[in-house]
Design a protein around this ligand. Structure first.
Ligand SMILES: Cc1ncc(COP(=O)(O)O)c(C=O)c1O
Length: 463
């Protein structure tokens, strides 16, 4: 497949959602729990096929997916080499017994992960979802230290299974289940330079303030009970927030000095997305445990928690019953897809591509920010970028309504976007790392037009 074939411009045949999508939405509402899929007059479109940067809906519209389907399609949707690997695997074995008689392909994937890992003697626990990889990390930290306490951060998203949810910071997800969550989790402020906590005045070093808060937890009452610090080196669903430089090394230092396990959740930001294979490489920090997911297979559900043997060996040797496993652990199809996706990330030098194209894209978006007052900030790293929309640049009050309108407007023009950030005011841009420069440039023009229309709309409404 040529680059051009996998990077086609949008083509809208019928205003989305078209009649087929609307009909499917009605059928879906009749059979799926109403909590799952958001259905309105404007959402959703139903995907029919995808390739590279493009997704087609059931009404024949072709979109450019600026989200890579939740950052999954890092090496492009339906990457041909991933498809070939899946075909080979399909012809041989679909299911193995992950922790009893494992499929051979599981060994090859674990070796492949060890080859890219930042640790020298890597051990890995495979998982089916990102949340499960986080569970594995939290359990490993507990076994290693014997301490139940966890420090997590404001704005964090680590998944929605109970262990992960306790570390996630979003009332929407937590409040209904609060009384069943691990009570040993405390929350330190994630250093978000754009939204400093109220007690930080403009002259304070926000990274130092956040570190001081972590230190207060570690050294204060109950600090002896804390065995784990879990953090996203760049926050994803929290709104593409990059911590100030020096913060992650400082955090690592605090943890090392106290024998606290530092977990980096790179499920969203890892595997090339921010411009290096792992986001922690920007600051040369190696955590104790690293969780990866989304782009790991680019297609099938698989994730992993990895670390050095010294830490993973906190788990006892299996004597026939694994203490932590699941029926589909090391599923052969997912393993085969993951090996091919990792090969593609390396073969196409996607981390370097994310670094170069991301820097250029951020530069072009910055020009938009200078032109449109509703863009409070362009934040992000590599091809993980989030324009944060505000009602007023002075107060920085988030404008989720504008983000919603923009996302709908973009969809109608054939561009898939997602809202991010706790307030839903960030336009999360995480395109496939294989996206062409031409498409990134046209997306800037599309956003420019939409922002222009939005300001014309609001000034005429004001007038
Ligand atoms: C940083 C991070 N951690 C964990 C998860 C949870 O992964 P999953 O949805 O596969 O359970 C996500 C999902 O978006 C994520 O972005």
């Amino acid at each position: 497949m040529s680059t051009a074939e996998s990077n086609l411009p949008p083509r809208i045949r019928v205003i989305p959602p078209g009649p087929r999508s609307l009909a499917l939405a009605r059928r879906l509402r009749a059979v799926e729990s109403r909590n799952v899929t958001f259905v309105s007059d404007e959402f959703p479109i139903f995907w029919r096929k995808a390739r590279g940067s493009n997704v087609w809906d059931t009404d024949g519209n072709r979109y450019v997916d600026l989200t890579a389907g939740f950052a999954v399609a890092g090496a492009g949707h339906r990457n041909p080499r991933v498809v070939t690997a899946l075909r080979h695997q399909l012809a041989r074995l679909l299911h193995g017994m992950g922790d009893v008689h494992p499929p051979e392909v599981k060994v090859r994937l674990l070796e492949r992960i060890a080859a890219i890992s930042p640790f020298s003697d890597t051990r890995t626990i495979l998982a089916n979802t990102g949340s499960e990889a986080i569970e594995a990390a939290l359990k490993t930290a507990r076994l290693r230290t014997g301490k139940p306490g966890v420090i997590a951060f404001t704005g964090a998203y680590h998944g929605l299974t109970y262990g992960a949810l306790a570390a996630t910071d979003r009332d929407l997800f937590r409040v209904p289940f609060e009384d069943q969550l691990n009570p040993h989790v405390v929350r330190a402020p994630y250093p978000n330079p754009f939204r400093p906590p109220p007690e930080v005045d403009g002259t304070d070093n926000i990274g130092a303030v956040a570190l001081a808060e972590v230190q207060r937890f570690l050294d204060g009452p109950g600090g002896d009970n804390i065995g784990c610090v879990i953090i996203e080196p760049v926050q994803g669903r929290g709104g593409d927030v990059v911590p100030p430089s020096g913060f992650l090394p400082g955090l690592a230092e605090l943890c090392r000095a106290r024998d606290v396990v530092l977990v980096f959740d790179e499920i969203y930001c890892g595997l090339g997305r921010t411009g290096y294979m792992f986001a922690c490489e920007h600051e040369g920090v190696v955590p104790d445990l690293l969780c990866i997911g989304t782009a790991l297979s680019g297609a099938l559900p698989i994730a992993a928690c990895l670390g050095p043997a010294d830490i993973l060996d906190s788990w006892p040797e299996s004597t026939g019953e694994a203490k932590h496993t699941s029926t589909f652990l090391g599923n052969p199809l997912a393993c085969a897809a993951a090996i091919a996706a990792l090969d593609e990330i390396e073969r196409l030098a996607l981390p370097a591509r994310a670094r170069e194209e991301g820097a250029r894209f951020i530069g072009r978006l910055q020009v938009l920010a200078d032109r449109h007052a509703c863009i409070g900030e362009i934040r992000g790293r590599g091809l993980m970028i989030g324009p944060a929309l505000v009602r007023d640049p002075a107060t920085r009050e988030p404008d989720a309504e504008l983000a919603r309108r923009l996302i709908t407007g973009a969809l109608r023009r054939g561009w898939r976007l997602l809202a991010g950030g706790p307030e839903g005011n960030v336009i999360s841009l995480s395109p496939p790392l294989t996206i062409s420069r031409a498409l990134l440039d046209s997306s800037v023009r599309m956003l420019d037009e939409l922002f222009g229309e939005a300001s014309a709309g609001s000034s005429s409404a004001a007038g």
